[in-house]
Design a protein around this ligand. Structure first.
Ligand SMILES: [Zn+2]
Length: 191
């Protein structure tokens, strides 16, 4: 009796797991960043960022650079690159004025060094909606103004682990944003 009950429990658990995974994958596909991606900096082009920016090191306190820096003029509009919910908004010493947006495919998009933040906590944003302006706040002070844009994944992408690199294990929680920018700008990266 007991084992039968246990088996039933496991079966239910597996079903719930399967259904929730399938739902998440469907939502991720429908709202996935690949489809709706919008360039985060107004009027940016392929010269606004360095192709080797992601995971470049050594990179000060961060050891390696876990995103891309997109350079521009102070006050340039910053857009949410995906639809999502604003989960963090505020000031931190490194990122300065920063915003984090959770997209439906469970990725967190980090926008840092903003001059001003033009969104509110827990508000839903659409792709292309203004969330702030480009600046040089946080540890970007004294450096050319830029947006630090990073894509973090809550779901570990174990195939991204690269132990030959610094912080190689952590790489499973980060996505290289540069291919998304390149694709939008019709730029082919040389390998
Ligand atoms: Zn950066």
């Amino acid at each position: 009796m007991n084992t039968l009950f246990k088996r039933k429990k496991i079966k239910v658990y597996l079903w719930v797991l399967t259904i929730s995974t399938a739902t998440l994958l469907t939502i991720g596909y429908v709202f996935g960043i690949e489809k709706n991606f919008v360039l985060p900096v107004d009027k940016m082009n392929t010269k606004s960022y360095n192709q080797k920016s992601f995971w470049f090191g050594p990179w000060g306190q961060s050891i390696v650079h876990k995103g891309v820096d997109i350079f521009g003029k102070i006050g340039t509009n910053i857009f949410s690159s995906t639809p999502g919910i604003v989960i963090i908004k505020g000031y931190n010493k490194i990122g300065g004025n920063a915003v984090m947006v959770l997209s439906p495919d469970l990725k967190v998009h980090y926008y840092a060094h903003l001059e001003s933040i033009n969104t509110t906590l827990f508000s839903t944003v659409s792709a292309g909606e203004k969330i702030g302006t480009l600046g040089d706040t946080g540890n970007a002070k004294g450096k050319p103004p830029h947006l630090h844009y990073g894509i973090h994944t809550l779901f570990p992408f174990i195939w991204n682990i690269d132990l030959s690199k610094r912080h190689g294990l952590r790489k499973m929680f980060y996505v290289d944003p540069i291919p998304y920018l390149n694709q939008k700008l019709n730029f082919k990266r040389k390998k």
